[in-house]
Design a protein around this ligand. Structure first.
Ligand code: NAD
Length: 432
């Protein structure tokens, strides 16, 4: 079987025109690089290249001034072969159907790599969240959730926080869904506040997981995070926590950024003071006793570990040759382009790929869902222990394949995860 010829003007890459987006091309490009090596039959590869289900919705919302604005929203479910789909919801001006499709595909591989019983999904609303008041964000979230009702559910598709969404957003989603079905359904979303069935350690899980994997990787490479210099792009839910976790393991965090730019102190930043400044001023810029720099400059600072925890397409063919680090850890999804991957590989800089490095978030989301379903909650120690076990086991599988067969860590992670999904797909067969 081959892809059905659906239209004469199908894009050159063979993708459906509605998904022909640079980020989706990147995700499919990565898939195509390893699909043969993963031993996936070409007919099954065709099934896995295109998301199972894509929903585009209009999200009308009454603004505080009484006028109505309509925002485009999306939810893409890439594969439900291994279980219900799972993935974040983001509010950002760059959200498109294609971006959600790429992120949903990466969620499928991430869940499979960690051997979680989930497929991948992603969604979002194209808006500038910084322009919206809290009541506007609540109305937007509740209306978006209502539009998603036909496709989400605790055994169907379980949203979580992502860029510019948080535990409050998840509480509104949980409440909206629960009101529709007439009873409380905490397991409909993860990343909720503790008071409505959230899990301890979920807010920190992605950032902690990034550093757990980096720590184990540098140990295998023969050095240690203690005494090393770390640079972190992004200071949100992932970057802020990753910076603290690096410092907790003895690293000096010499630079950190937000969307407007970064701050740099080669002696190591005092992260408590940085956080205090950010809380008071809503930005990092202006922090005393540190040099200010752009996000582009920050990526090129000499360091031992570079954590990318902001957005996609940050290390590209244009700047990869100037990235000066011993290890890149991808806290964000898709921060390194295909071209940059080649340049970094040639320069011998290992990249801990997103589907491995930032999988701590979905791992603890899985623990949250299990706890909600059981109505039985675990301690922080138990969750940290289980998270460590899952992350280290996944890193070990990736490391063995990568160093055993001279593959990059990304290709090894993709081979393992795609094989996992394809094996299940092959066992289930193609319906009908
Ligand atoms: P967030 O909104 O909490 O923080 C994002 C940070 O990046 C902020 O400091 C913001 O100012 C900065 N930023 C945003 N756009 C930027 C740009 N274009 N250039 C430079 N900086 C920019 O979001 P988050 O949850 O920390 O997510 C960051 C990345 O991590 C995203 O790629 C997300 O998909 C990924 N991720 C998040 C989780 C999670 O649990 N939150 C899990 C896995 C992956």
């Amino acid at each position: 079987m081959s892809s059905a010829d659906t239209s004469a003007d199908e894009s050159a890459g063979g993708l459906p025109p509605e998904l022909d987006d640079p980020l989706f091309q990147q995700a499919v490009g990565q898939f195509d690089q390893v699909v043969e090596r993963a031993g996936v039959d070409e007919s099954l590869a065709d099934v896995l290249r295109i998301p199972e289900r894509s929903l585009a919705v209009a999200v009308p919302m009454k603004l505080d001034d009484g006028s109505v604005a309509v925002f485009p929203g999306y939810r893409v479910q890439h594969s439900s072969v291994l279980g219900p789909t799972k993935g974040g919801v983001r509010y950002d001006t760059a959200v498109t159907l294609g971006e959600c499709a790429a992120l949903a595909m990466w969620m499928s591989w991430k869940c499979a790599l960690l051997r979680l019983p989930y497929g991948g999904a992603k969604g979002g609303v194209r808006c500038n969240p910084r322009d919206l008041s809290t009541p506007e964000l609540e109305r937007l979230t509740r209306r978006f959730t209502s539009e998603l009702l036909p496709v989400i559910g605790p055994q169907r598709d379980i949203p979580a926080p992502d860029m510019a969404t948080d535990d409050q957003t998840m509480a509104w989603m949980m409440d909206t869904y629960s009101m529709q079905v007439g009873h409380a359904v905490p397991e409909i979303v993860t990343g909720k506040p503790l008071s409505v069935g959230g899990s301890v350690l979920r807010p920190e899980a992605t950032g902690i997981g990034v550093v757990m994997v980096a720590d184990e990787a540098v140990r295998r490479l023969g050095w240690s995070l203690a005494g090393s210099a770390g640079v972190v792009q992004g200071s949100g839910k992932v970057g802020g926590v990753a910076a603290r976790e690096l410092a907790a393991r003895g690293a000096r965090v010499i630079a950190i950024s937000d969307i407007a730019g970064g701050i740099h102190d080669p002696r190591g930043l005092d992260l408590d003071r940085v956080e205090e400044w950010r809380r008071q001023h809503g930005r990092l810029g202006g922090f005393p006793d540190a040099e200010e720099l752009t996000n582009a400059e920050l990526l090129e600072l000499p360091c031992d570990v570079l954590v990318l925890a902001a957005a996609e397409n940050q290390v590209t063919g244009a700047n990869a040759a100037r990235v000066t680090t011993r290890l890149v850890a991808e806290g964000a999804n898709g921060p390194t382009t295909l071209e940059a991957d080649e340049v970094l590989a040639e320069r011998g800089i290992p990249v801990l790929p997103d589907i491995l490095a930032n999988a701590g978030g979905v791992a603890v989301s899985y623990f949250e869902w299990v706890q909600d379903i059981q109505r039985l909650f675990w301690s922080a120690d138990e969750i940290r222990f289980r998270l460590g076990e899952l992350m280290r086991a996944a890193l070990d599988r990736v490391w063995q394949l990568a160093y055993g067969e001279s593959l990059s860590l990304r290709r090894a992670a993709l081979v393992l995860s795609i094989r996992e999904v394809a094996t299940a797909l092959s066992a289930r067969g193609i319906y009908p």
